[in-house]
Unconditional design. Sequence first.
Length: 97
Amino acid sequence: MSVIREESNRAIITVIGRDQIGIIAWVSNKLAEFQVNILDISQTILKEFFTMIMVVDLKSATLELVALANTLEREGLEKGLQVKVQHEDIFTYMHRI
């Protein structure tokens, strides 16, 4: 008997770049603009490099995942940041042992 697994509404967002004022505020404001809820966030600064991983809920999002990813990636590049957005299911499958 096969188990039907419901697709998750969550995504993983990573942000990497030189540390600068306002990175968390920028990402948080963009997500709020598109009704994306932040479930968990971890950030650190390694020497002068900022790194952040977020788990977000897309259930109420006003943008599709691909459009959200493209927007954050494009605007992030303008700020000197590398931003990646992956659906939780893809992230989980890619990192299985």
